[in-house]
Write a protein that binds this ligand. Structure first.
Ligand code: 5GP
Length: 188
């Protein structure tokens, strides 16, 4: 059986990754499995253990690093996030295409370890539009909005490291484009 693809999807906070992924997961032809990460951050309202993340303590996370259980990991605004390696490998060996939704530092580690990974960066139509989306989704103080935008600009400096860049002007269109990319790579 052909080993499944490793697909890395990144993009700044507020760009709409969640909606695009939801669309992608509906497409059964893509044979996609979502990799559930480990994190030290607390669950948000509506999030579930083993669905959105595996929620662990800092000590448990450090142990997973020491035991070599993570494919990659990074700190993101004060919390640790990482991809459990065994689960990803098991799925890929079963022929599933595995989707990692991870930030840029982690994506660079995956690129290093798995040069054949398919990396995709989702960009907003403009910084103004990203600001609008961030302001629209939570009533955060303007200072936090500005911090998120600064972080987004920093993350976007790494765009040239990704194989593909997809603009999320419309989530259905963005997911159609990503589906086409995955489909093509399934044939190569
Ligand atoms: P959130 O706290 O909003 O769920 O996620 C914050 C950031 O961490 C997002 O950019 C998300 O893509 C990233 N992230 C989630 N899981 C992982 C992971 O396993 N590894 C890395 N490097 N980043 C992750």
């Amino acid at each position: 059986m052909k080993k499944g693809l490793l697909i890395v999807l990144s993009g700044p906070s507020g760009v709409g990754k969640g909606t695009v992924i939801k669309e992608l997961m509906k497409n059964e032809n893509l044979n996609l499995s979502y990799s559930i990460s480990m994190t030290t951050r607390l669950p948000r309202n509506g999030e579930q253990e083993g669905v959105n993340y595996f929620y662990v303590s800092k000590e448990e996370f450090q142990k997973a690093i020491a035991d070599g259980e993570l494919l990659e990991y990074a700190e993101f605004v004060g919390n640790l996030y990482g991809t459990p390696k065994a689960y990803v490998e098991k799925l890929r060996n079963e022929g599933r295409n595995v989707l990692l939704e991870i930030e840029v530092q982690g994506a660079m580690q995956v690129k290093e370890k798995c040069p054949d990974a398919l990396s995709i960066f989702i960009i907003p139509p403009s910084i103004d539009e990203l600001a609008k989306r961030i302001r629209g989704r939570a009533s955060e103080p303007e200072e936090i909005v500005q911090q998120r935008l600064e972080k987004a600009k920093k993350e976007m400096e790494l765009i040239p490291q990704y194989k593909y860049v997809v603009c999320n002007d419309d989530p259905i269109l963005a997911s159609d484009i990503i589906s086409a990319i995955i489909n093509r790579h399934m044939q190569i």
